[in-house]
Design a protein around this ligand. Structure first.
Ligand code: GLN
Length: 446
């Protein structure tokens, strides 16, 4: 029964999560109560689903792994959560993450880092670190995460599971704590491609509370699973095949290409000429939007407040000083800088132009091919506290995932086993709103 399932998941968390630390908190009693009322014939059959700590669940803590929101209890359900519940799913457990979804290792959490279940000394990836690690560790059946520049696909790749970022607008962002609103998208972390289709079907659809959500209604994303992919044209960007990729990543890409060819797909070399500009463009736009979005955390409306302030400005300053971690502060400062009057044209406005060029690269590519294949990340998971990695190297690790966010495209990372302990992922991108086709090609490669 659903209640038994919740108890089993709770037991797995209690037994194993002390090392992995994929969860910040979980409330077994509450979930069991919901499970007792769940209908096993519903779409999600009363199955518990782990939820990243930045998606609001009514009456539960929603901390974004930040000290600033340590005491914040969400007063409403995010639309994705309301839909999940309506489909018979049980939100269970708040998964760890990089604070406010800023990071790629999970180490930026104010609640301690998450380990990679395949090797605890390594990072699980981020920012949906806990969602990916929990699914990989068997302490969650499936999870929701958010992806602004790769935060679902990259940890999925590092943990050896499936991560799907839907088309921008496919899933409502209402109730997702905003990082960079024009890039953020909620998606799924699952053990199989089929599970990602089932879960996406439950949470997607138009929402009047999110003006950027699409009018397209939910579809059966599993409809084409198992269909043959003969004759489908798959582009491999020449910019994604560089000597900068780790040898195991190159091996995975070669293997994926061989698999697709053996299934009758046609592999075409394509070019995405603005690939080298995507990281810089992303960090300008993401920081600019973050600086504006995070201005709401002023110690008055949400979360923790500095005591005995000496006036309003002192209240803001001390609340934010104590509440935000170093990475969040860095991004707010960078974002404020690129938006300031003297620098707006040089940085923010140019980044918007480059973003349009990146989208145009994809528009052109999709006149030649149906899907685009590449690595999810340039290397397997780094060590958790790798002091040799500079911030620039960390940012560059997002190079293959960022383009889908800049262009609003759907992307999926699936495991591609090659020799070695740490998993490696391969990424497939599709046209806007072609998740059904994307999943069918991805599943053929599973
Ligand atoms: N790693 C990227 C960043 O730090 C992406 C984060 C995300 O997708 N939320 O911004």
């Amino acid at each position: 029964t659903p209640a038994e399932l919740v108890r089993l998941v709770a037991k797995a968390i209690e037994e194993r999560d002390a090392t992995t630390h994929a969860y910040i908190s979980f409330d077994t009693q509450k979930a069991v109560k919901q499970a007792e009322q769940a209908d096993v014939r519903s779409e999600l059959a009363g199955i518990p689903i782990a939820i990243k700590d930045n998606i609001c669940i009514y009456g539960e803590p929603t901390r974004c792994a930040s000290k600033l929101l340590e005491n914040f209890i969400a007063p409403y359900d995010a639309t994705s959560i309301a839909k999940l519940k309506a489909a018979g799913g049980i939100p269970f457990g708040r998964t760890n993450m990089d604070e406010f979804a800023m990071g790629s290792t999970g180490a930026n959490s104010a609640f301690g880092a998450t380990g990679n279940p395949h090797n605890q000394e390594h990072a699980p990836g981020g920012s949906s670190s806990g969602s990916a690690a929990a699914v990989a560790d068997g302490t969650a059946i499936a999870a929701l995460g958010s992806d602004t520049g790769g935060s679902i696909r990259q940890p999925a790749a590092h943990c050896g599971i499936v991560g799907l970022k839907p088309t921008y607008g496919r899933v409502s962002r209402y109730g997702l704590v905003a990082f960079a609103s024009s890039l953020d998208q909620i998606g799924t972390l699952t053990q199989t491609v089929e599970d990602s289709g089932i879960l996406l079907q439950a949470i997607c659809g138009h929402d009047p509370h999110d003006s950027t959500s699409s009018n397209r209604e939910s579809e059966d994303f599993t409809a084409r699973l198992g269909h043959d992919i003969k004759g489908i044209r798959i582009g491999v960007p020449k910019e994604y095949r560089t000597s900068g990729n780790h040898p195991r990543i190159t091996a995975a890409l070669d293997k994926a290409i061989a698999t697709l060819e053996s299934l009758g797909a046609e592999i075409v070399e394509i070019s995405l000429p603005h690939s080298e500009a995507v990281v810089a463009t992303y960090y300008i736009i993401a920081c600019a939007e973050a600086s504006s979005n995070l201005s709401r955390f002023d110690g008055i409306r949400y979360g923790v407040r500095a005591d005995t302030p000496n006036g309003l400005e002192d209240l803001y300053r001390r609340t934010r000083e104590a509440g935000f971690g170093a990475e969040v502060k860095k991004r707010i400062i960078l974002g404020t800088y690129v938006l300031s009057s003297g620098y707006y044209d040089a940085y923010y406005s140019r980044a918007q132009k480059v973003r349009a060029l990146v989208a145009e690269d994809f528009r052109k590519a999709y006149t030649e091919v149906d899907y685009i294949l590449g690595p999810t990340t340039p290397a397997p998971a780094p060590k958790l506290h790798d002091s040799a990695m500079t911030p620039l190297q960390t940012y560059l690790a997002d190079i293959y995932t960022i383009p889908a966010n800049l262009a609003g495209l759907p992307g999926i990372s699936i495991p591609c086993p090659v020799d070695g302990v740490l998993p490696v992922g391969i990424q497939l991108l599709g046209r806007h709103f072609d998740e059904t086709g994307l999943l069918s090609v991805a599943q053929a490669m599973e």
